[in-house]
Design a protein around this ligand. Structure first.
Ligand SMILES: *[C@@H]1O[C@H](CO)[C@@H](O)[C@H](O)[C@H]1NC(C)=O
Length: 509
């Protein structure tokens, strides 16, 4: 009976895999594995379009639905918001699914508790707490500023403790994240986001894209992981390449984050961003009474000292300076923060290569600060120059530094820089600005005009300084009066005309 024995063997062989699946222990293991892959991980917060909207982003390895439960106390998580989710490519080792939920219109200054839940498995994250940024005009705001931060940063855990122990409204990470988010199929990005979850789950983590986030494919910047992993204000999600810039008001400050990787004015994208920046600054100046401080962040610097690595700002004619410096000057940007160079550098108030003053009392030009010293040591500063505009610099590789920005009120701001491991204070300045606004008309002669204004200002120390534009023709000033006079005359003529008896007769009035 050769046929039946062949058939018998065939049936047995085909049953073996089923038999394995039927085994009770194996099935339990499979279910367990599935559950583990639906654990919410890499939970991080960011601010939505206004500072009392909080966005929660997290990842799972499995494609599961999830939601955020939140409330004001631990036993009253009475609200819930579901996530919309997005598949991420190129990631065999890493978590593949990213979720985002938006908690809108929260109470400014209030404390909330929340946890993230995966729907089918019911797996929950631990419970986290966050404080919504307050909107108290009489209270100060504290921000942590850092750039070039990744897994190779030696003092990463110290930074985590710093954020948890000091009351920050938000953390700003000005580009170059994890080194790199997309490496090892996204595994490296996942690892970094897990390592910093301790603070990003409690304090809004605001990012700016840097050159390490570009992910060039077929000669084109894609920013793929950056656009999916983060959700920044006024952008769709996943963010598009045309929404990698944003601004947000927090307390007395208007923060602007720009993408220095796409600022070439010869490209459509570059033009778009520059146009947006101009519009945003115009708008911000309209509300300067409420947010007097304008702080811009971009990964690459406009001014930096020389280094072995060819940097954008080392070249005689920096393309970034060409497109940004006039805009910053005209619209009165108080500080420009950047990274890229792995050191700390602070300039005097400066425009067009000229230092306007050697202090920070009523600065008459923007101040440029590089806070990139958390980056790993690939830049050896053999060629550091000591230019006239440099007020302070630190490139001590034994100290990884972060910055603390305290906006006291509309006229006073404190900037200090600390070593993350020891908390030693390395630098500290007060910036006092009595009259925020445009520094003047950019272009040649700006320095001379500014010096003249400065000497005028010194003659009148107690008075706020107003810039009067002498170019306005006299009839512009009297236009409203002339218009009123014209309307009055027309009305009078009409009145007299209607009173005339013949006219009255015709009209039968
Ligand atoms: C602003 O804050 C500084 C520093 O705390 C303080 O000295 C100053 O008096 C404050 N100014 C106003 C107008 O409140």
């Amino acid at each position: 009976m050769p046929i039946s024995s062949v058939l018998g063997v065939f049936i047995c062989v085909s049953l073996v895999p089923n038999a394995r699946l039927e085994h009770p222990i194996s099935r339990r293991a499979l279910v367990k594995e599935n559950q583990d892959s639906s654990i919410p991980e890499q939970i991080h917060l960011s601010l939505g379009s206004q500072s009392n909207d909080i966005i929660v982003v997290w990842s799972t390895a499995l494609n599961v639905k999830g939601f955020v439960e939140y409330g004001t106390t631990e036993d009253k998580l009475d609200k819930s918001i579901s996530s919309n989710q997005e598949l991420r490519q190129n990631s065999e080792q890493a978590a593949k699914f990213i979720h985002r939920a938006e908690l809108k219109n929260l109470e400014p200054g209030a404390r909330y508790v929340y946890r993230v839940v995966s729907e089918d498995s019911g797996l929950k994250s631990e419970i986290f707490t966050f404080d919504v940024p307050h909107q108290h005009p009489n209270r100060h705001d504290i921000f942590l500023m850092v750039a070039d931060l990744g897994l190779r940063t030696k003092s990463l855990q110290f930074l985590v403790h710093e954020v948890l122990n000091y009351k920050y409204e938000a953390v700003f990470h000005i580009g170059d994240i994890a080194y790199n988010l997309d490496h090892e199929g996204g595994n490296l990005g996942d690892e970094f986001m897990k390592r910093i979850q301790k603070f990003t789950s409690c304090v809004p983590y605001m990012t700016t894209p840097g050159d390490h986030e570009k992910e060039i494919q077929h000669g084109k910047d894609t920013f793929y992981h950056y656009r999916h992993r983060f959700s920044m204000p006024n952008a769709p999600w996943p963010m598009t390449e045309e929404s990698l810039w944003y601004s947000i008001n927090i307390g007395h400050a208007h923060f602007i984050s720009i993408n220095t990787e796409s600022l070439n004015p010869d490209t459509e994208l570059g033009m778009k961003q520059l146009e947006w920046l101009r519009q945003d600054l115009l708008e911000a100046n309209r509300f300067r009474e409420f947010q007097p401080w304008i702080i811009v962040m971009g990964h690459k610097p406009l001014y930096c000292t020389k280094s072995v690595m060819e940097q954008t700002c080392d070249k005689e004619n920096s393309p970034l300076r060409d497109v940004l410096e006039d805009i910053f000057y005209e619209h009165g940007v108080d500080i420009y923060f950047s990274g890229h160079k792995h050191c700390y550098e602070r300039s005097w108030p400066l425009y067009n290569g000229k230092v306007f003053q050697n202090d920070y009392i009523n600065p008459m030009a923007p101040v440029y600060i590089i806070i990139g010293s958390m980056g790993y040591e690939y830049i050896l500063d053999l060629q550091r120059s000591d230019p006239y505009w440099l007020a302070f610099a630190s490139a001590d590789k034994s100290k990884e530094l972060f910055g603390r920005l305290i906006v006291h009120n509309s006229t006073s701001l404190l900037w200090s820089v600390h070593a993350a491991a020891s908390n030693e204070e390395v630098d500290k300045i007060f910036i006092k600005q009595k009259s925020h606004g445009s520094f003047g008309t950019p272009g040649p002669g700006a320095f001379e005009r500014n010096q003249e204004e400065k000497s005028n200002r010194e003659k009148l120390p107690q008075e706020p300084f107003y810039i009067v534009d002498p170019e306005v023709p006299w009839h512009f000033q009297y236009r409203r009066i002339l218009l009123s006079l014209f309307v009055f005359c027309v009305s009078l003529v009409l009145f007299l005309f209607l009173r005339h008896s013949k006219v009255r007769k015709i009209l039968r009035l």
